[in-house]
Write a protein that binds this ligand. Structure first.
Ligand code: SAH
Length: 256
């Protein structure tokens, strides 16, 4: 049985989320996708073009390309930005934060999927640090069995909940808290992915990573520039690779 969740799926009655409110039942008929607003009815074609471009830019993992082709990115940005939703650009999501450009989201998830997956090619539990508008969590939900996504800004945590609600994704669990501490209750994770860049990987992330798992995170280099770091927990020990330069918002401690 293919357990890959499909949109729209029903929300479970309860989720292990500290701030969960009762799910409002938006009247979306079973089997129907939420109507795209402001981008015409053919957002699928626009997404297909985006996926084509991602492939041309070097994204090869079919799981990632499929997920990027399925998640309605325009549903996560302000109505004024809807027309830019499928362009290869980062976009403001409020409170001084940004959603990464599609190429960076795809690249990071592709790197995460280099870790141990099940027979269906799905990752197990994944922890995302920095929910933001919830877009990347929705993409992750297509390639992992469970996604725990933590956000330190209450305004964005709530915005992500609003954005995700109509999509009814049963395997995304939104958490409000400081992701620098990870989320020990959900550990161990097959993958940990950070959408904000810190000085170095917090040791608790490494502790919460399952054997065979990977952390993908923007990290400050001694030069002061950010680079993508991949840390793998292998039987032979930790393997750290420093990849290309990136520009992420800073990883901050505490909640606000
Ligand atoms: N993945 C997001 C991108 C969000 S931008 C998306 O698809 O929209 C990065 C986010 O990381 C910001 O919302 C910021 O508030 C959050 N962040 C920064 N430090 C954090 C921390 N310690 N814990 C949780 N979230 C954090």
């Amino acid at each position: 049985m293919n357990r890959r969740p499909s949109f729209p799926a029903r929300l479970p009655a309860s989720q292990p989320v500290a701030t969960r409110r009762p799910a409002t039942r938006t009247p979306v008929p079973a089997g129907a996708a939420p109507a795209p607003s402001g981008i015409g009815l053919d957002s699928g074609a626009v997404r297909a073009r985006m996926v084509h471009k991602l492939a041309a830019q070097g994204i090869t993992d079919r799981r990632v390309l499929a997920a990027m082709g399925e998640v309605p990115r325009h549903a996560f940005v302000d109505s004024a930005l809807v027309n830019q939703a499928y362009e290869d650009t980062s976009l403001p999501i409020g409170l001084g934060q940004t959603i990464s450009k599609p190429n960076v989201v795809a690249r990071m998830i592709e790197l995460l999927l280099g870790g141990e997956c099940d027979a269906k090619g799905l990752l197990g539990r994944v922890l995302e640090i920095g929910t933001g508008c919830g877009y990347q969590a929705a993409v992750l939900a297509r390639v992992a069995r469970e996604v725990y996504s933590i956000e330190r800004l209450r305004g964005l945590h709530e915005k992500a909940r609003e954005n995700l609600r109509p999509l009814r994704i049963p395997n995304v669990h939104l958490l409000f808290g400081d992701g620098m501490l990870g989320f020990p209750k959900g550990a161990p994770y097959a993958g940990i992915i950070a959408a904000a860049g810190g000085e170095d990987l917090p040791p608790c992330w490494i502790e919460q990573l399952a054997p065979g798992g990977r952390i993908v995170a923007p990290t400050l280099m001694p030069t002061g520039a950010q680079a993508l770091v991949v840390l793998e927990k292998t039987p032979a020990g930790l393997k750290r690779s420093v990849l290309e330069a990136v520009h992420f918002v800073p990883l901050k401690s505490g909640i606000a």
